[in-house]
Design a protein around this ligand. Structure first.
Ligand code: AMP
Length: 431
């Protein structure tokens, strides 16, 4: 037989090992707490959806749909690994006719997303997003609250150097008016644009403003701003959003060139970036906006909506290092057969009181077990050998204070629990 194949995780997709998972859990807990405090409830949708759902909602001319989807055929169905969460949430909203159950729904989600992009720092093929959606509220109050919630959460997570960019894309009255102004501006510049952008002028001129190409950026400098073409209603929405953000003390920058990669947005559009930590070029932490026509486009009623998604990998890079909070725990070291049985019982008693316990049941030397106890991070080590069994005792080693004492076995559970949890361990144990 040849050498066994050493498999690797797919390119751009990463394992998250136990040594780093605590940072993820801390971030997820902070997000869930912020979302819950703002009245959002969790929704979980399948990781696969019909391909057409993303084509329809994200938009045919977007990079995501044109180049980045993981799509496969199964029997007669074309399925796609979700590249983002909003389309699935809107699909679920329509499928379950949620508008008939409540006038406004606030949902949050967390999970992996898939885009076949070129991997770089802060850009993976499988990455994780957490996001919120509000269905049924036309804003702008909920728009301001959503942006403010994100900023407060980032500040609480210790992320500095935040920049909040906002814009308005207007609605059905504004868009065609601005589109023709933008076309008049772009058409004479076609020769200066990249091939990619030139092809998009007529299909989706807004996208040209979003190009990363240096030549394109120079060519679109001085492009007319959509904010100068807002209809009266769109302007009232936009002005109220700014006033409310100011009242909430959210510093923001008006960025009329903000487009973002997805086609479904209208009116409020926002992005939060940071130059903190190890982020580098991929510095957009979160982005979102209104998508007031998506529910209807997917066959549902006319229901306004707004949402955002934040990238967990990028937020973790921006958070930098933080102190790990280690829960106090006990390490049980039994030596010999009888002691092993008693060690198991002691561990069970401790867990019933809410103490974390690791039992080293290997038949190794005392020295090697103590070495593990020391590196385990446990506060207390309980040693049970043959002489402890004979005398009905347990040796307690305090691994922080480097002290040792012998305690009666029938009081050991309570003593350890008191030391690790304070004097009021969880009820229900026996000692
Ligand atoms: P989007 O769904 O494109 O609006 O992106 C929302 C957020 O998801 C971005 O601001 C990033 O933080 C994150 N994100 C998007 N694409 C990726 C990716 N390929 N890798 C890592 N994070 C990403």
């Amino acid at each position: 037989m040849g050498k066994p194949t050493r498999f690797q995780a797919p390119k751009g997709m990463h394992d998250i090992l136990p040594a780093e998972i605590w940072r993820w859990q801390r971030l997820e807990a902070a997000f869930i707490e912020a979302a819950t405090l703002h009245g959002y409830s969790e929704i979980r949708t399948p990781i696969l959806e019909p391909t057409d759902l993303f084509v329809r909602s994200i938009g045919e001319s977007t990079d995501v749909v044109q180049k980045e989807m993981y799509t496969f055929q199964r029997h007669d169905d074309s399925l796609t690994l979700r590249p983002e969460g909003t389309a699935s949430a809107a699909r679920a909203y329509v499928q379950h006719a949620v508008q008939a159950l409540e006038p406004i729904s606030r949902w949050y989600y967390l999970g992996p997303m898939f885009r076949a992009e070129r991997p770089a720092r802060g850009r993976q093929r499988q990455f994780h997003q957490a996001g919120c959606e509000i269905f049924g509220d036309p804003g702008p109050t909920c728009d301001a609250e959503m942006i403010s919630m994100l900023v407060s959460m980032f500040v609480d997570l210790g992320i500095g150097e935040l920049e909040v960019s906002i814009s308005s894309l207007g609605g059905p009255e504004t868009r065609p008016k601005y589109r023709s102004v933008l076309l008049d501006f772009l058409r004479p510049k076609a020769a200066d644009l990249s091939e990619h952008s030139r092809a998009r002028i007529e299909v989706n001129p807004f996208r040209v403003l979003d190009s990363k190409d240096e030549g394109d950026r120079a060519a679109v400098e001085g492009a007319p701003s959509i904010l100068d073409y807002l209809s009266d209603e769109d302007r009232a929405h936009w002005d109220a959003l700014k006033t409310q953000l100011e009242a909430l003390e959210v510093p923001f920058r008006v960025s009329p060139g903000l487009v973002r990669g997805l086609d479904y947005y209208n009116r409020t559009l926002f992005e939060i970036s940071s130059s903190a930590g190890e982020l580098g070029a991929q510095n957009a932490l979160a982005g979102g906006g209104r998508y007031d026509t998506m529910v209807e486009d997917l066959g549902g009623p006319k229901i306004p909506a707004i949402g955002f998604a934040m990238g967990l990998e990028r937020i973790l890079l921006a958070m930098g290092e933080s102190e790990r909070v280690v829960e106090p725990s006990c390490f049980v070291v039994p030596m010999g057969e009888k002691a092993t049985i008693d060690g198991l019982v002691l561990a069970r008693e401790l867990r019933q009181l809410g103490v974390r316990v690791d039992v080293d049941g290997r038949q190794n030397s005392l020295k090697s077990k103590l070495r593990r106890a020391n590196s385990s991070g446990a506060r207390v080590c309980a040693i049970i050998g043959e002489s402890e069994i004979e005398t009905g005792t347990v040796q307690l080693k305090d691994l922080l204070q480097h002290s040792q004492e012998q305690v009666p076995r029938d009081r050991a559970t309570r003593i350890i629990a008191d030391r690790l949890l304070g004097s009021t361990p969880r009820a229900g144990g026996n000692d």
